[in-house]
Design a protein around this ligand. Structure first.
Ligand code: FE2
Length: 451
């Protein structure tokens, strides 16, 4: 369906949100000295220079057709079109010399911004008829949230750069606060609503958020706090990484092949053994190492979270259980956020780009849910035991068919919540994130349930 030009007015709030999103990603790249752009901090991912070009190439490939614009640089549009997500092996082998100079990529990105912005400000001068996806704001929302998601995944990449390869705005301070004692919150039986109805299409969501599914959830108990570094240390010291009984077969194979002995965000004192109760541990912060903060959540892969849950005689929550614990109430209504219906602010959790690292799991009591479950949004996504799949009536976006559907493969698990680097706009209840189980670089925590 097309919308006539006379009816078209590009929503100005979306244009200013695009400016803000660009400022976020520009600020990230400003942390890099020039010779860091060609680093590959995570072996499965592209070199950082790719992402400098990718954010603009994505916007261009999405918006130029509907706006009736012709490319000046089809080679770069293609070179910077797609990221990578190899599951189990198959690492990229390109060399720094295979990539263009920073100046050349910056010229490309500046030109794209100039051309897109000029046309978005005056879309009548462009295409004769504009597709409804553009006129209705969907495509600009996709461009803004795609960029903000990269602001988070770039933070994972930067986290893995050596400390001397980024320009630290500060040095992290030790946090010696003890972890709160873990306790269980009882969650009364009731319904959990996943996704949102297609009638709510006026609200932006990605394709995987549409299709409303109500699920009746029997009573269960859940950890009131995410599992902390302090709790997880007991699993490591008990030899949890050396005992195959706690691990699913494919997770154990991955652990052995990758030689993983502890969470990726932990650093073990040189020469020490992971199981040694006297070994000194540090936390790998964004801009420096600090003694392991016991009250912060542990960030681990799905494989490691599942092994801990098995060792503890518990389980990871299903997506529906997580929803019930986060948004449900005894009265039966479901809230927009764990704390109620007020928009997210700094008192509710560690999200929206405020911190580069974790905070204590009990630092935001105002963000607790009706059932007294803490730290659900922010401070790290949370693993569920649910495989990522379509909600009833799923339809892929026509302009981005593979965004979700390429990952409905039984090899990715749903994550809920958000991290310190998740923008507040993606804390909406229906938002779903997903990752493969053998990828330890993500800001993802977990908590356990008993049924
Ligand atoms: Fe992307």
């Amino acid at each position: 369906m097309a919308v006539s030009q006379t009816a078209l007015k590009m929503p100005s709030d979306l244009l200013s949100r695009m400016d803000e999103a660009r400022a976020r990603t520009d600020a990230l790249f400003n942390l890099l000295p020039p010779n860091s752009y060609y680093e590959r901090p995570i072996p499965e991912r592209h070199r950082l220079i790719f992402y400098l070009g990718h954010l603009e190439a994505f916007d261009w490939n999405l918006l130029s057709g509907p706006l009736g614009l012709r490319s000046d640089d089809a080679e770069f549009d293609k070179l910077f079109a797609f990221g990578i997500d190899p599951v189990d092996g198959g690492l990229p082998t390109d060399a720094p010399k295979d990539w263009p100079t920073i100046a050349r990529v910056e010229k490309y990105t500046e030109e794209i911004r100039r051309r897109l912005d000029g046309t978005l400000a005056n879309p009548r001068a462009a295409a004769r008829d504009l597709p409804s996806d553009l006129a209705g704001g969907t495509l600009l929302n996709v461009a803004v949230e795609h960029r903000l998601m990269h602001a988070e995944t770039l933070a994972y990449l930067f986290h893995n750069l050596a400390f001397d390869k980024k320009e630290a705005p500060f040095k992290p301070k030790a946090d010696t606060r003890p972890a709160p004692a873990q306790r269980q919150a009882m969650i009364a039986a009731g319904s959990a609503t996943l996704g949102m109805s297609k009638a709510a299409r006026h609200a932006f969501g990605w394709d995987n958020e549409f299709g409303e599914q109500k699920i009746e959830v029997p009573e269960f108990s859940i950890d009131a706090y995410p599992v902390t570094n302090g709790e997880y240390l007991k699993f490591v010291q008990a030899g949890g990484y050396r005992d195959a009984r706690h691990w699913k077969a494919e997770d154990w194979d991955w652990r052995q092949q990758a030689g993983i002995e502890h969470p990726h965000f932990w650093l073990l004192e040189r020469g020490a053994q992971a199981g040694d109760p006297h070994a000194r541990w540090e936390y790998r912060g964004m801009f420096g190492a600090i003694p392991l903060p016991l009250s912060w959540p542990v960030w681990v892969s799905h494989a490691e979270a599942s092994a801990f849950a098995t060792w503890a005689g518990k389980k990871l929550p299903t997506e529906a259980q997580w929803h019930r614990a986060a948004y449900g109430t005894r009265e039966g209504i479901e809230r927009s956020y764990p704390w109620g219906d007020d928009a997210p602010d700094a008192s509710k959790g560690n999200f929206h780009h405020r911190n580069w690292d974790g905070t204590p799991v009990d630092a935001h009591p105002d963000g607790a849910s009706a059932f007294g479950v803490f730290d659900l949004l922010g401070n790290g996504w949370e693993w569920t035991s649910s495989q990522f799949g379509p909600l009833p009536g799923f339809e892929p976006f026509a302009f981005y068919a593979g965004y979700s559907a390429n990952f409905f493969d039984g090899k990715h698990f749903v994550m809920k919540g958000g991290s310190a680097r998740t923008d507040a706009c993606m804390l909406r209840r229906s938002f779903r994130n997903w990752f493969q189980p053998h990828y330890p670089y993500v800001y993802t925590k977990f908590r356990c349930v008993e049924e």
